[in-house]
Design a protein around this ligand. Structure first.
Ligand code: ADP
Ligand code: GLC
Length: 478
């Protein structure tokens, strides 16, 4: 019997240790699904405070000596969810409070370039077996924070195979070219087919240029990023690598998102009747008018223009005038936060706005709401529509990226065929969002159609199983 393939994930976030968005969910769940596929996966993370304090069975794996201006070591441990983790314990780089990438004023942290370069270099050395242990068959790097890993593998002339997953092309890891001197990479890598991007260094471009294979998190986004419009400056580069680029849809962790056994819910449930209890509990808890018949919409999101929430902010009065309610949780752009807070002040019994980050509340919103808004202008995959469907909540989404691939629009044909799971609109603008809101109200009032949609949502397979198989086949093909 051949031993299992050994895969090293390198990423800057991992649920439940550190999370700012969907990247953490993927890195926290996919390895467990890959282990069920028979692979042996270790997740390599920067030693942020939450990572080091959240690990159990923590021990020093090996000391690294001096790394980028201070002492560093590798520590190993596991998460409560059963992941094997290796962390780069280097307090001078990663003893950071708050957002891992941004300072208190929302600007990129000054150390980002040096810190994540050191992280990627150690990932490559660990995968290549240069530090301690047998090394790994595949180094699977995620986003720009790990993007340099493939460049380091190349510089080591390593036989370890490399995969880069792009979770969001908008974050490109751009730094002044002077950083090149500190990267410990051959200077020739600063070129058009290397990591140079308009006379800057791009960590993401390094990953695109040097990895054996590139994936992104949905088939539609894999096509969109090869266009000039969706490529955000990288379209040509990605087209040039189209033979090595594929889209594999994200799933969610069905144990973390399980309405029948969710510790955040007062009323765990598995059907529409149980959902009604959670709706009532949510209206009470948020101070909303308790009304079983008022369509209750939610938003659980970063409040950014990517997510199209500026469009929704302008539509709250119309929503309330139609008899709808809105319960929002999120944080981000100050102007979008302010617009929603003003809407809540105008309609205190119909609109609830919570600015911040609150995992249990996110679960209660998914459980209690009738529908969720995700009016994204672009969306590599999106996870909240998957969580929503698992919780019997109907997604109202822009027809882009992974939202296009995971939601079946309630067209008259889909409704009569009993296949619809949500409402899609395109193009993403205020007019079409307004139109989608009107369609959603009409569907909600047509009780048989709505009930059928909710039932279809509950029945969707939103787990990782089939996508984990695709990743395994990809690793094997390399
Ligand atoms: P992105 O990664 O682009 O922000 P995703 O839909 O892929 O979007 O993933 C977002 C993840 O973050 C989901 O798990 C969602 O529940 C969670 N999330 C977003 N905002 C908040 C918040 N304010 N509080 C709690 N969870 C949040
Ligand atoms: C990014 C994308 C989101 C995706 C997540 C996980 O944050 O914005 O669409 O679901 O990564 O892949």
């Amino acid at each position: 019997k051949t031993p299992p393939m050994r895969i090293l994930f390198a990423a800057s976030e991992c649920f439940p240790l550190i999370k700012t968005g969907g990247l953490a969910d993927v890195v926290g769940a996919l390895p467990l699904a890959l282990e069920r596929e028979g692979l042996d996966v270790t997740v390599f993370l920067p030693g942020f405070p939450g990572v080091l304090s959240g690990l159990s069975k923590k021990k020093t794996y090996t000391r690294l000596g001096e790394l980028a201006g201070g002492e560093a070591k590798l520590v190993s441990g596991t998460t409560g969810t059963g992941l094997s983790v290796m962390a780069l314990d280097a307090p001078h780089l990663f003893d950071i409070q708050g957002n891992p990438y941004l300072d208190a004023d929302g600007r990129d942290r000054a150390g980002n370039g040096i810190n994540f370069a050191a992280f990627a270099r150690i990932a490559a050395a660990l995968a290549d077996g240069r530090i301690k242990g047998p090394g790994f068959d595949v180094l699977h790097a995620h986003d720009w924070q790990a993007g340099l890993a493939a460049a380091y593998l190349r510089s080591f002339e390593s036989s370890v195979k490399s995969v880069l997953t792009i979770h969001n092309l908008a974050f490109q890891g751009l730094f002044p070219k002077s950083l090149m001197e500190e990267l410990l990479l051959p200077s020739g890598y600063f070129s058009r087919d290397g990591l140079e991007y308009w006379d800057q260094v791009s960590f993401l471009k390094a990953g695109i240029a040097f990895s054996d294979h590139i994936t992104t998190v949905s088939p539609s986004y894999a096509l969109e990023i090869q266009s000039d419009e969706g490529g955000m400056g990288f379209g040509g580069l990605l087209r040039a690598r189209s033979d090595d680029l594929s889209g594999i849809l994200n799933g969610i962790d069905l144990a973390v998102w399980d309405p029948a056994a969710d510790p955040a819910l007062a009323h765990p449930y598995s059907d529409a009747a149980g959902k009604a209890q959670n709706k009532r509990a949510l209206q009470e808890a948020l101070g909303l008018r308790v009304d079983a018949d008022a369509p209750l919409f939610t938003v659980v999101s970063r409040l950014t223009t990517q997510k199209g929430l500026d469009l929704l902010a302008g539509m709250t009065d119309a929503l309330v005038n139609e008899g709808g309610q809105l319960a929002l949780l999120g944080s981000g752009d100050a102007a979008i936060e302010a617009a929603f807070l003003e809407a809540a002040a105008r309609h205190p019994t119909e609109v609830s706005v919570t600015i911040g980050y609150d995992e249990p509340l996110a679960h209660r919103l998914q459980a209690g709401a009738d529908a969720i808004f995700i009016p994204s202008r672009f969306e590599p995959c999106g996870l909240t529509q998957l969580c929503a469907m698992r919780y019997g909540t109907v997604p109202v989404v822009g027809r882009v990226g992974g939202l296009n691939d995971t939601v079946i629009d309630a067209s008259p044909m889909a409704v009569s065929a009993g296949a619809a799971t949500g409402v899609q609109f395109a193009p993403v603008n205020a007019h079409m969002l307004y139109n989608a809101v009107q369609r959603t109200f009409a569907l909600y009032r047509d009780t048989p159609s709505w009930d059928a949609m909710v039932a279809n949502c509950f029945a969707q397979d939103v787990g990782w199983e089939s996508s984990a198989r695709e990743y395994r086949e990809l690793y094997e093909s390399l």
